[in-house]
Write a protein that binds this ligand. Structure first.
Ligand code: ZN
Length: 379
C-alpha cells in the first residue's frame, strides 16, 4: 500500500539532501508517483551537480504541474536542535525536522494529492505533472531556471502550476502567494581625479557625484504599485569611497543599489531611468547590472480561484493574497505558465534551528491540494 503523507515526508526528511545534494529524495518520489499516476513519463533533467525530476502523464487536456524542491538548507549547529534534524519527530503537537516546512512536507502532500486524485478520478481529462529540483536553496544555476529554458525550447506545455513553497502564516491556507516582486541590482562606480583637498581646481571628487546621484535616486518615484504589489522600492546597501585620510579625495567611489520592483515597471525601465539620473551627476561612471528575478502576478487565474474555493471548503476561511517575501522558483515557471500560485504550509520556522509545523498541517495541505484538483478537473 502507498505511503501516507506523513510516512512519505519522513522518508524524504531522512535523506540528507543539503543543497544541491539530492541524497535519494527524488528516487523516493519517482517510485511513489510511478505507481500512482496513469502511464507516467519520467524524465531526469540532470546537469552538473543538480538533479531535476519531471514526471508527467501524457493525456489529452490541460497539463497541471506541481513544482517543488528536494534540497534543504544546512541544519546549522546540530547540538542546538531539540530533535535530530534529519528525522521527523512528533513533540507537543508539532512535527520537527529539516525540510518539514521548506518543503519536503509539501513535496509529499503534492504527490499524495495527485495519487489520490488519480485513484478517485481515473478518467479525468488532465495530465498531472510533478517537477522537483535539488537546487532551489543554493545558486540554482542548473535547477528550475535551466529546466524552463529547456521547456521553452521544446515548447513543453504547462497550463496550470502550483508551487508548494511554505506560503502560510499561522494556519495552512491563510495566505496564498499570487505573485512575487522582481529584484534587480546595480553596482555603480563614479570616477574622478584624485588629489589634495587643498587644491579644488585640480581635483574632481567622485564621492560628491555619488552623493548627488544617491540623493536623486532615493527621491525618485518608480511607480505606485497596484492592488497586489506595493510600489517599487530601492535601497543602497553598500557605499565605498575614500582612502581613509582627510586631505585627499579618491579616484573612484562606488555604491550598490537593489530594487524590489512591482509588475508596474521592468528592469529595463529602471535601468534606463537610473542611467539618466547618473548621467546628470557625472559623465564618468560605470553601471553593472544583475537581474535576479522578474516579477509575476496572477490575479484571475484558474488555479488561484480553485485554491481560494478549496481553502474556504476545507478551512472555512478566505485566504489572504500576498506578493511579499523573497523570490522563488515560481518566477521561472511563470514565464511559460502565468496561471501559477504558491501555496504551502506555515513558514514561521523555515531555515531555522528546530524547523517545525503543526502535526495536522500535512493532512490539511493534502486535502486542499486534492480539492483544488477536483475543483479544476473533476466537476
Ligand atoms: Zn523552499
Amino acid at each position: 500500500m502507498a505511503e501516507t503523507v506523513k510516512e512519505l515526508t519522513e522518508k524524504l526528511v531522512r535523506c540528507r539532501s543539503v543543497t544541491p545534494s539530492d541524497a535519494g529524495a527524488q528516487d523516493i518520489l519517482e517510485n511513489f508517483l510511478k505507481n500512482s499516476l496513469k502511464a507516467p513519463v519520467t524524465e531526469h533533467l540532470d546537469w552538473e551537480n543538480t538533479r531535476n525530476l519531471f514526471i508527467h502523464e501524457d493525456r489529452p487536456g490541460k497539463v497541471f504541474c506541481f513544482l517543488g524542491h528536494t534540497d534543504v538548507v544546512p541544519p546549522g549547529d546540530i547540538k542546538l536542535w531539540k530533535h535530530e534534524p534529519f528525522n521527523v519527530t512528533e513533540d507537543g503537537g508539532r512535527l520537527y525536522g529539516r525540510g518539514v516546512a521548506d518543503m519536503k512536507g509539501s513535496d509529499a502532500a503534492m504527490a499524495c494529492a495527485m495519487a489520490e486524485f488519480r485513484s478517485l478520478h481515473p478518467d479525468a481529462g488532465v495530465s498531472l505533472a510533478y517537477l522537483v529540483t535539488s537546487d532551489e536553496e543554493g545558486k540554482g544555476t542548473y535547477g528550475i531556471k535551466k529546466v524552463i529554458e529547456e521547456f521553452r525550447e521544446r515548447q513543453q506545455r504547462i497550463d496550470c502550476c502550483l508551487v508548494g513553497e511554505p506560503s502560510s502564516s499561522k494556519l495552512v491556507g491563510d495566505t496564498i502567494k499570487n505573485g512575487r516582486r522582481g529584484s534587480v541590482t546595480a553596482e555603480i562606480t563614479f570616477h574622478g581625479t584624485a588629489g589634495h583637498v587643498a587644491y579644488p581646481d585640480k581635483i574632481h571628487n567622485p564621492v560628491h557625484d555619488l552623493v548627488k546621484a544617491a540623493h536623486l535616486l532615493t527621491e525618485a518615484v518608480w511607480d505606485r504599485g497596484n492592488d497586489f504589489m506595493p510600489p517599487t522600492s530601492m535601497q543602497i546597501p553598500n557605499i565605498k569611497g575614500g582612502v581613509g585620510v582627510n586631505n585627499m579625495v579618491p579616484e573612484s567611489a562606488s555604491m550598490e543599489i537593489n530594487w524590489r520592483y512591482s509588475s508596474e515597471t521592468s528592469a529595463a525601465e529602471i535601468r534606463k531611468r537610473t542611467e539618466e539620473i547618473l548621467a546628470s551627476c557625472s559623465d564618468r561612471f560605470e553601471a553593472e547590472w544583475d537581474l535576479s528575478g522578474e516579477p509575476f502576478l496572477s490575479t484571475d487565474g484558474l488555479v488561484l480561484e480553485a485554491a481560494k474555493a478549496a481553502i474556504k471548503e476545507i478551512q472555512g476561511f478566505d485566504p489572504l493574497l500576498s506578493t511579499g517575501g523573497g523570490t522563488s522558483d515560481g518566477r521561472f515557471m511563470a514565464k511559460i505558465c502565468p496561471d501559477l500560485i504558491e501555496l504551502g504550509p506555515t513558514n514561521g520556522s523555515i531555515h531555522k534551528i528546530d524547523e517545525n509545523i503543526g502535526k495536522d498541517e500535512l493532512d490539511v495541505l493534502e486535502r486542499i491540494y486534492l480539492r483544488l484538483l477536483e475543483n479544476l478537473f473533476a466537476s
